[in-house]
Design a protein around this ligand. Structure first.
Ligand SMILES: [Zn+2]
Length: 398
């Protein structure tokens, strides 16, 4: 057994009153204040505020451009997209000095910006009708239309129509099924394409999903990579990309090669963790040979019944799950059931709730939603491919 213990000293945080606006954290402020560049990447771990950074920078660009610069926000899954649709008040023009710690009040008259994405601008529900067509209209909006919109929005002081939120899948389909064929047939002229892609910021969240943006990875190009390559190839002076991810690499290669320059800011976990309240991280590597780790895991979970556990199984055909191959329900589900039974058989776990997340169809969706809304409902979560990026499981200790 190998053990590694890392201690962190949590930093004292200022308690700003809720509902009076959110002040950017230092690392967010740094990016917000940075000069505009064509391509930017923010690499930071989950929970460190990538979403708010994108929102603050969107507001800045919309205002600075006189309501001309459209913001196209995309994320891999619908529930991550919904995070971008939440209303939030931002104290973008404030500094720490605007807050009086003694009285616990804001003592300035700076304007507060409200990030509010209207329902019609939130195109993240793939099942709703007309999403692809609306996305196409947003991306290919003619310059003259944008100019007349900008005049009205300035008067109304509204971002309505300047932001679109969508899934990576919807974006990929919009490009390959609607935009690309019309370019090929000549329905969209080169000038129209150039005008559309100019004044467009692609804010791509979980951007390690972009495959083949550069020549390095051309062979692995996916739909998202094709769309962004299209934007890059037809770029104008205001065409921008802002990527956010916790993992800017795939296997051994960077997600963007050297032929497209990204200005990258990295917030390592070792810096961020001081703000999280985490005091200690203990990592234990337990070797197993010739059999599954199921008995060991069940024992470890059962030994600490008052802690919250997250147990992640490998997918089908991987690691020890292979030995469940041939089971009616699929190797990984069979392995999960074996793990479930083993944990439940521990006397200390008898009264505990165990949520088996690998459940087909509607129930799976229901459990996923419950986990996101109420992660405290389970003492031990068994999962395979469900609890991944964009899913917060804040109460897990093990
Ligand atoms: Zn202020």
């Amino acid at each position: 057994m190998k053990k590694l213990v890392v201690n962190y000293k949590p930093l004292p945080t200022v308690a700003y009153p809720e509902d009076e606006g959110f002040l950017l954290r230092d690392h967010q402020q740094e990016i917000y204040d940075a000069p505009t560049v064509p391509n930017r990447m923010f690499v930071a771990c989950g929970g460190s505020g990538k979403t708010v950074t994108q929102e603050a920078c969107s507001i800045k660009e919309i205002r600075k451009s006189g309501f001309m610069q459209r913001q196209l926000i995309s994320a891999p899954q619908s529930q991550i997209c919904q995070q971008f649709a939440k209303k939030i008040m931002l104290r973008l023009y404030c500094t720490k000095e605007c807050f009086d710690k003694k009285s616990g009040r804001w003592v300035c008259s700076h304007k507060i910006e409200t990030w509010h994405v209207r329902r019609t601008d939130n195109l993240a529900d793939d099942t709703s009708k007309g999403v692809l067509a609306r996305l196409e209209q947003f991306i290919m909006r003619p310059y003259a239309t944008q100019v007349s919109m900008a005049a009205k929005l300035k008067v109304a002081n509204s971002y309505h129509g300047m932001v679109a939120i969508c899934t990576h899948a919807a974006l990929t389909r919009t490009y390959t099924e609607l935009i690309e064929p019309k370019i090929k047939s000549g329905e969209y002229t080169k000038a129209q394409v150039k005008a559309a892609v100019n004044n467009l910021t692609n804010r791509c969240d979980e951007s390690h999903h972009v495959g083949g943006l550069t020549t390095v990875e051309k062979a692995d190009q996916n739909g998202l990579g094709r769309f962004l390559s299209f934007c890059h190839k037809n770029r104008g002076k205001n065409s921008r990309m802002f990527f956010t991810t916790a993992t800017p690499f795939r296997e051994v290669a960077d997600i963007v090669g050297k032929d497209i320059h990204f200005v990258t800011t990295t917030l390592p976990f070792s810096e961020w963790c001081h703000y999280t309240g985490i005091e200690q991280i203990r990592l234990t590597l337990e070797e197993y040979t010739g059999c599954t780790p199921i008995p060991n895991v069940a024992k470890n979970v059962g030994n600490e019944p008052t802690e919250k556990h997250l147990v992640i199984d490998p997918p089908d055909g991987q690691k020890w799950v292979v030995e469940f191959e041939g089971a009616d329900e699929g190797a990984n589900i069979a392995a999960m059931h074996a793990m479930h039974t083993a944990i439940q058989s521990r006397p200390s776990m008898k009264s505990k709730i165990i949520i088996e997340t690998i459940t087909p169809g509607t129930l799976r969706k229901h459990i996923k939603r419950n986990l996101i809304i109420n992660p405290d409902a389970a003492d031990c979560i068994l999962t395979c491919m469900l609890v991944r990026e964009g899913v917060d499981v804040p109460s897990i200790a093990r």
